[in-house]
Write a protein that binds this ligand. Structure first.
Ligand code: AR6
Length: 175
């Protein structure tokens, strides 16, 4: 059984065992959550990402997958990088978005993390509508979380609007 909580704020200010990063396939940084995590976490995270590019992920991290590094100076032990799909009007990429949450939880479970914080993956620069993104996020974490040892999944939403959308989606889920 996993407990899902919602917080409004900046994900880089959170304390948890693992912080999930909404990365891109290059693993070498970007804007949004990714930029904030690298800025606040410091160069150790980028060093670890470069090592991953030089070894397991020479072609980058595929969409829907997840991989962990140190959390550098963040108040966490690990950052779990995952690559969300870019929103498409013509193609349903929901399975890839769900996979980001499932794979991040799987990696967290492997590491022994008990608390994991998530951003609303793909709902910023990648353009996914917040309400649909929230439904996919919450349903997937609830379902995958029941089989994991992760005790808390905390969604950190940037701003009151995103928080409100998640609150409504969580209520719809009967949580
Ligand atoms: N804390 C919590 N949430 C945040 C923060 C923060 N500090 N900053 C933004 N958000 P995004 P994506 C919200 O763009 O859509 C990067 O360049 C934001 O309002 O971070 O998956 C990567 O390198 C939105 O609701 O991620 C990729 O190229 C949500 O977090 C690309 O952006 C996700 O927005 C990934 O795009």
């Amino acid at each position: 059984m996993i407990t899902i909580t919602l917080v409004q704020g900046d994900i880089t200010a959170q304390h948890a065992d693992a912080i999930v990063n909404a990365a891109n396939s290059s693993l070498l940084g970007g804007g949004g959550v990714d930029g904030a995590i690298h800025r606040k976490g410091g160069p150790a995270i980028l060093d670890a990402c470069r090592d991953l590019r030089a070894s397991r992920y020479g072609r980058g991290l595929p969409v829907g997958q997840a991989v962990a590094t140190t959390a550098g100076n963040l108040d966490a032990t690990w950052v779990i990088h995952t690559v969300g799909p870019v929103w498409s009007r013509t193609e349903d990429r929901s399975a890839e978005l769900a996979s980001c949450y499932r794979e991040s939880l799987r990696v967290a479970d492997e590491l022994g993390a008990r608390s994991v914080v998530f951003p609303a993956i793909s709902t910023g620069i990648f353009g996914w509508p917040m309400d649909d993104g929230a439904r996919i996020a919450l349903r997937t974490v609830r379902d995958a979380g029941s089989a994991s040892r992760v005790a808390e999944a905390r969604f950190v939403l940037f701003g009151a609007d995103a928080y409100g959308v998640f609150e409504e989606a969580l209520a719809e889920l009967g949580h």
